[in-house]
Design a protein around this ligand. Structure first.
Ligand code: GLN
Ligand code: ZN
Length: 757
């Protein structure tokens, strides 16, 4: 057996690259919201945030990370780690320069906006469901160490007895993720780098020995010139830290680092890479932090396989054990899930369990303290999972194996279109909404009381039916053409489906930060998926019974269900997506049987799961489109299938959108002045299209002129017979007052446009 015992590794034997920050019981979320409400003052907020950070540090030591050698990362953003970098380096957007308030008020202004001061834009962090605040840079942007939070948190950890490793977004990634007005953000590197040098000097003065520079941008898809430029900026950032006397851990994560980090090996002391989704780069000059424990999923690590991989790597050079990414994207602790079925629970590892896995692997790699029981337990769990009932369901598999040849195709669109026009009898420019209506405090309160057992199911259902009735009446009064039931019964568009399909489990405390104080509780897709009985039909049919207009059935698509769940890792995603698709096909058949003529299958996450690397995209787009088609193709040709996508920046997926073969596609467009419409027209898209004319992301009511203009733009590019009139997205987060007014304006605008054409 080979071990690294002869050469003491420069870097700790085991580490994680980051840890959840919202708190084991969402303490940080509560502190944020209390401060925003004015219920606690600045001092109380800072104390709550500090207590939360210290609790995490203590927990990490208790779980087996060393407290004295920079094994423990310290980051601990209040709202977002990219915002922390923006504040640290004083990168105030031009529009707020000179008037950004000090302290928390300024931080919240950037994060949440206030009146005319809009917040920084929010975008998803690489291929995750975490959203960061996009830095806004321009020709006058300057950078300097303007805020001491990163240094302070290092010091705070020290006081608690932990010699920690400060973490900061590296300069290449900071600039690559920024938005530039009149400049190319990467051109600001020379200005930005001295601020990193200042930060490094301050950290060194405070006693830090290591710094972690997160540079995941090195992994994304770039042309060669840009990649070289990013590498040079990352190198300069590392040089600045080393010049201050710090050692540098370069963390990339998020996919294959091979071919991306080798040129940086001599500039840094250690490199952390994702070995779950990627291969090991040859970086002999630096210590390799081998990310063998999955940072993005919740399944137990195959410790035997991981140790074998680590030992093989150790023959090439110094290796330590790491997670494949930060643990920010998984919940805190499985121990909190006492209601989870014990057998399923025994297959899982949340953040804390992953820390223990890292510690067990590090000990075994060192060749001492091998915790045989940890290895034996992992081995047993993996074997048990493979053989457990429900993981493989013969019926589901047989059905998928014997799909008819036409299982993914409908008759040609022109023929369907003729049948649907005859069957549906809709006016030109039909108006509709995307599905949800405002989720009022009353509905949420009723759901919470029902969950606590204070409101029985029948009474809860009565509350929901009353809401459906109200929403249907409102839509009739407003004069909308295709109605919805409003989705009041859904806590979340994925969780609701997970709760009603076999093969899924829900957690009680498995919260994962989505942005700021918002967290989602992804379901766990652990087994073969099927549907025991219809679960949306009752609601849609009830809504339909209240009106002569068409009510649209409302389903969440297979890709979105996968994207927003923790998905089994023992078979290709394509297979899992097809299983979900068949369950949805069953639901569509039951909706049709109940007399529903229009069904919408939402795929807002289609773009989100798109691989970062170009070469991986065709395969992804192929299986995701095929799954959608499997879900929808069995519908009768007269049944009109809608889909809804939540983004306007979709150039990379326009072929896929076309490939979905939906009869009507609604898409975000209001904020980007209908750009999407031209792109679709250019592509020759020739099925129904509803570019959102009302931006639901803001409480603003769109004016008559605005709507007329957006519709006019749309009609110039798209034949009127294909055009639908609808908002950008669901209305769930809006209030009723502005919704009623906005939809009223929308219906009026459609009527005026009809008169014109
Ligand atoms: N039907 C969903 C809703 O209206 C769609 C949500 C979404 O696109 N994210 O809420
Ligand atoms: Zn949407």
């Amino acid at each position: 057996m080979t071990t690294t015992a002869t050469s003491t590794p420069a870097f700790p034997g085991g580490t994680i690259l980051g840890y959840p920050r919202i708190g084991r019981r969402r303490e940080l979320k509560r502190a944020l919201e209390a401060h925003w409400r004015g219920a606690i003052d600045d001092a109380a907020f800072h104390e709550a945030a500090r207590a939360n950070r210290l609790a995490d540090l203590r927990r990490l030591v208790a779980l087996g990370l060393r407290a004295d050698d920079a094994s423990i990362p310290v980051e601990g953003a209040h709202y977002d780690h990219v915002l922390d970098a923006t504040l640290t380096f004083g990168a105030v957007p031009a529009r707020l320069r000179g008037r950004l308030p000090e302290g928390l008020a300024g931080e919240w202004l950037l994060a949440r906006g206030d009146g005319d001061d809009v917040p920084l834009e929010m975008t998803k962090w690489l291929d995750s469901n975490y959203h960061y605040l996009v830095p806004e840079l321009d020709a006058d942007s300057t950078f300097a160490l303007a805020d001491s939070r990163i240094v302070d948190r290092f010091g705070e950890a020290g006081e608690a007895g932990v010699h920690a490793r400060p973490v900061v977004v590296g300069p290449a990634t900071y600039l690559a993720l920024a938005k530039g007005t009149g400049i190319r953000p990467l051109d600001l590197a020379e200005r930005l780098l001295p601020a990193y040098a200042e930060l490094a000097a301050a950290l060194a003065a405070a006693g830090a020995t290591w710094i972690q520079l997160d540079e995941p941008a090195l992994i994304a898809d770039h042309d060669d010139a840009t990649l070289t430029e990013l590498q040079a900026i990352a190198r300069a950032g590392a040089d600045a830290a080393r010049a201050a006397g710090l050692r540098v851990l370069l963390h990339v994560g998020h996919g294959d680092a091979a071919g991306r980090v080798e040129p940086l090996a001599d500039a840094v002391d250690a490199i952390a890479v994702d070995l779950v989704r990627g291969t090991a780069p040859d970086v002999a000059a630096a210590q390799l932090v081998a990310g063998v424990v999955h940072g993005r999923n919740v399944w137990r690590t195959d410790l035997d396989a991981a140790l074998q991989a680590l030992r093989a790597l150790a023959e090439r050079g110094p290796v330590s054990v790491g997670t494949s990414t930060t643990l920010l994207h998984v919940p805190h602790d499985l121990a909190a899930e006492q209601a989870l079925e014990p057998r399923l629970r025994s297959w899982l590892a949340f953040a804390d369990q992953k820390v223990e896995e890292v510690a067990a692997l590090a000990a075994a790699l060192r060749g001492d303290e091998v915790d045989e029981s940890a290895f034996a337990a992992a081995r047993a769990s993996i074997a048990d999972r493979r053989a457990a009932p429900g993981v493989r369901d013969g019926g589901v598999r047989a059905r998928l194996a014997s799909l008819p040849a036409d299982a993914r195709s409908r008759i040609p669109y022109p023929e369907r279109d003729a049948l649907q026009r005859a069957a549906l009898d809709l006016p030109p420019l039909p108006t509709t909404t995307i599905g949800s209506f405002p989720q009022t405090g009353d509905i949420r309160a009723a759901r919470a009381r029902n969950a606590r057992g204070e409101l029985n199911d029948a009474a809860y259902a009565e509350v929901l039916r009353a809401e459906v009735r109200r929403v249907v009446e409102l839509q009739e009064e407003l004069g909308l053409d295709v109605l919805v039931h409003g989705e009041p019964e859904r806590n979340d568009m994925v969780q609701y489906f997970a709760e009603h399909l076999d093969g899924f489990a829900a957690t009680e405390h498995g919260w994962v930060q989505s942005y700021g104080s918002r967290a989602t509780r992804p379901s766990i897709l652990w087994g073969d998926v099927s549907r025991a009985e219809p679960f949306t039909v009752e609601w849609i049919a009830f809504a339909q019974s209240l009106t002569d207009k068409h009510v649209k059935g409302m389903l969440t698509g297979p890709v979105t269900i996968l994207a927003w769940s923790f998905v089994r890792d023992d078979q290709p995603l394509a297979e899992t997506a097809d299983q979900v698709a068949l369950a949805l096909a069953d639901e569509i058949a039951d909706l049709e049987a109940a007399g529903i003529r229009i069904v919408q299958v939402d795929e807002p996450a289609l773009r989100e799961l798109l691989p970062l690397r170009r070469e991986a995209r065709p395969a992804y787009l192929d299986w995701s489109v095929r799954a959608f088609r499997l879900a929808t193709a069995a519908a009768a040709p007269e049944t009109q299938i809608h889909t809804h996508l939540c983004y306007s920046e979709f150039n990379t997926v326009v072929d896929a959108i076309d490939g979905l073969d939906a009869d009507v596609t609604s898409i975000e467009a209001a904020r980007s002045s209908m750009e999407v419409v031209d792109a679709l027209a250019e592509h020759g898209f020739s099925r129904g299209i509803g570019p959102g004319v009302y931006d639901i992301h803001s409480p603003r009511v769109p004016t008559r002129d605005e709507l007329d203009e957006l519709l006019a733009t749309a009609t110039r590019a798209i034949p009127e017979r294909l055009l639908w009139v609808n908002p950008d997205c669901g209305l769930k987060t809006r209030g009723y007052a502005e919704t009623v007014e906005s939809l009223g304006n929308l219906v009026e605008a459609a009527r005026r446009a009809r008169a014109d054409v």
